[in-house]
Every structure is written in C-alpha cells, then in structure tokens.
Ligand binder design. Structure first.
Ligand code: UD1
Length: 371
C-alpha cells in the first residue's frame, strides 16, 4: 500500500511525526512525505524534522509564502502533477492550513482516496482562514480521523455519514508524550535564565490579533499589563514581529519584562509550555498541549475549534478583554487557576489507530459497498 502524506506548515510536522513512525512499522506500507514548502525557514520547518525525527521529505513543492489564493493554487497545481505520477492508495492531509485543502482537492479530483487527520474541528468563525480550509477538506475527504467526539458531532450535523468518521484521538499528543522526556532534559527555561514556574509564555500569530494595528496594540497593552506580575517569554512568529516593528508598538511592553525570541523548535516550545506558570496564546496546538500538560492557558480568541480544551481542559477564552485577562491571571497566581483533565484518547496512541484505519479501511469499505 502506498500512502502519501502532504505537510506544509509547522503544526503539520508535529502531526506527521507519530504517523510516519507508526506507518514505518507496518509491513507492506510505503510512506512518501511531500513538503509543500509553505513554511521554509530553518526555524519554522527544518528544526521540526530534526527534533521530531521525521525522515527528510521525499519531495518539496517549494511554494513559499504568498496571498492565500496564490499559495493554495501553487500547491494545487504542483501536487496534482506529483500525485498523478505517484498514484497512491491514500493521500493523508493534516490540520487546517492552506496546503491541507489544496492537496485534498488535487487528490480527490484524480480519484485518489483522501484521509484527513484532525478532521471535524469547527470554530464557526468564518473570518478565520483555517475555518474554510477545515470545512472544504472534510467534505472532500473519504476518511475523517477525528481527535475528539465534538468533531464527530460537527461532521454529522453537516451531513457527513458516520461510516466516513473514525474517532482516533489527538495525534499532536502522541508527539508530546513521546518527546516530553527529551524536552524536559533540554530545559529550555533554565537555558534562557528564567525560573521554571516563574514566567508567562506568549505566542500570537493569528491574523485577527496581529495583522491590524488596533488589535495588535490591544493585545500588546494587555501583555504589558500582565508582564508586571510575571516576565513574558515570547517566541515570535515572523509576521507578528514584522507587524510590531511596522506599527511601532514595542513601547507597549517594558523591555525589561520581555524575553522576545525567534520561533522556537518543538522541544524548546514543549519545554517552555511545561514550565510556564501560564500560557497566553492564539495557537490551536498550544491550547491542546496546555490541556494535556495541565498548564493554565488563556486563549486570546473569542472562539475555539477545540472546545474540549475549555470544557474538560485548562483553557479559558479571554479574547482581548483586558479586565478579564487581568482577573484570570490573578486567579492563576493565587489559586493555580482552572483544573482540567486530559480528554478521551489523548493517550499517545492516536497514530497507531490512524495506521490501523488506513490499512484496513479500503477493504472494509469495498465489503460494505457490495454487501
Ligand atoms: C500558517 C497557517 C496557520 C498555522 C500557522 C503556524 C494557513 C492559512 N495558516 O499561518 O493555520 O497556525 O501556519 O505557524 O495556512 N514566514 C516566514 N518563514 C516561513 C514561513 C512564513 O518568515 O518559513 C512568514 C512570511 O512572511 C509569510 C508569513 O510568515 O508571509 C505567513 O506565513 P503563512 O504560511 O502564510 O501563514 P502563517 O501565518 O504561518
């Protein structure tokens, strides 16, 4: 069986790693990795392949950065050609980035089966570019591999038949479980000279927070506030840093209370999450990782496609509400904040369940169609 994984951006690589590992143990499976080149910097891409021990991609489509249409179209065009040459049994796409939807569309039009890892998530926020990618990819895919039960409910509400849906758990947590000891040993916080449990970890990169001057200034003013309680450690996405420069907003945070870092590798990020007193973020993956690690998380968004992190985990949606953030930070500092539990099947074995489904699904499907 020939399986092609298509990945393009940071969070995709974290999901690919355990799946690549699980597939490598299956007899008769040839797994081919295609990197679209959506992320291309050493820190945004290469370091993840090294940290997560992912074999080097077999192909790189080198699409690079650009407006959504151009980037999506470049993946669509280049992957169509490659997929037609490779003719795999499955194309596996991950998450919700532009590369995900483009690869899924190219494959289904060629009559190649598509499986979507992390299917069914919905923020119901149509201003979010990823929401369109999620909806379109799910409706194109043959097999929808969901991380939580709410995702299955979303899909069924949209008319997707249950036979296409498989609850496998959260593959991002497989990477976390596997690499936590290594992240611990790397001791990222100590390396930076901050004491474990003595800082707030910040990550922000969503267009809704960082692309407009007004919203970015609001976010920075809030961070300036909370930095008076604890210093901030902030690995910065290139777009966020460029926008703070462009809008001249550095003055909103006392430089003595901020450690601004370039994008960090997977092990460093995991270590910094684990040792933080709390995390302020707008990342999807970090909402999940804080829940898995029991670290308090304030999400600077009005909604989340990962409600299980709020209902069961340590996540609180705070948007850019200054008073609410201040109150939540105080509660965390005084009482440790919201206690959570680890959601069902976030157990480090999702990738094995994915490999099981991929290797058995085609046969079952043929049986059920002809039954
Ligand atoms: C993309 C995903 C987002 C994901 C994020 C993780 C989409 C729509 N968005 O957003 O869901 O959470 O990746 O980081 O697919 N850049 C570099 N080096 C790189 C890549 C990008 O400097 O290696 C800069 C470029 O200026 C580029 C900008 O970052 O224009 C944005 O990159 P892009 O891939 O378009 O989107 P992200 O914001 O990273």
């Amino acid at each position: 069986m020939k399986i092609v994984s298509v990945v393009g951006a940071r969070p995709n690589f974290v999901k690919l790693a355990p799946v690549a590992h699980a597939l490598s143990t299956r007899a008769g499976v040839r797994h081919i990795v295609v990197h679209t080149g959506q992320h291309y910097d050493a820190v945004m891409s290469d370091s993840f392949f090294v940290d997560l021990a992912i074999p080097a991609p077999d192909y790189n489509l080198e699409v690079g950065s650009g407006p959504h249409g151009k980037q999506t179209a470049a993946v669509l065009e280049r992957f169509e050609q490659l997929c037609d040459e490779l003719r795999p049994d499955w194309v596996l796409v991950y998450g919700d980035v532009n590369s995900t939807v483009a690869a899924a569309l190219a494959a289904v039009k060629l009559g190649v089966k598509v499986a979507h890892v992390e299917a069914g998530l919905r923020s119901r926020d149509r201003t979010m570019p990823e929401e369109h990618n999620r909806i379109v990819t799910d409706h194109l895919a043959d097999l929808l591999l969901i991380p939580s039960r709410d995702a299955g409910e979303n899909l069924q509400r949209e008319g997707i038949e249950p036979a296409r849906i498989a609850f496998v758990g959260n593959v991002m947590i497989d990477s976390l479980v596997y690499l936590l000891p290594k992240a611990r040993a790397a001791g990222a916080a100590t390396q930076l000279g901050v004491s474990p449990n003595g800082y707030i970890l910040v990550t922000l990169h969503r267009p809704s927070n960082v692309d407009e001057q007004g919203s970015l200034a609001e976010a920075l003013a809030i961070l300036g506030d909370v930095s008076r309680e604890l210093p901030l450690v902030w690995p910065m996405h290139p777009r966020t840093r460029a926008n703070i420069d462009r809008f001249g907003l550095w003055r909103l945070i006392d430089a003595k209370r901020l450690i601004a870092l370039p994008p960090q590798g997977y092990l460093e990020t995991l270590g910094l999450i684990k040792d933080a007193t709390l995390v302020i973020t707008d990342s999807g993956g970090i909402q999940e990782e804080t829940t898995a690690l029991g670290v308090p998380c304030l999400t600077m968004r009005e909604n989340t496609e990962r409600p299980v992190t709020v209902d069961e985990g340590t996540n609180v949606l705070v948007g850019r509400k200054r008073a609410l953030v201040r109150r939540c930070v105080e509660e965390i500092l005084v009482g440790g904040g919201k206690r959570g539990r680890v959601p069902e099947l976030w157990d480090g074995h999702a990738s094995e369940r994915i490999a099981n489904h991929l290797t058995s699904w085609l046969a079952q499907r043929v049986e059920s169609v002809y039954a």
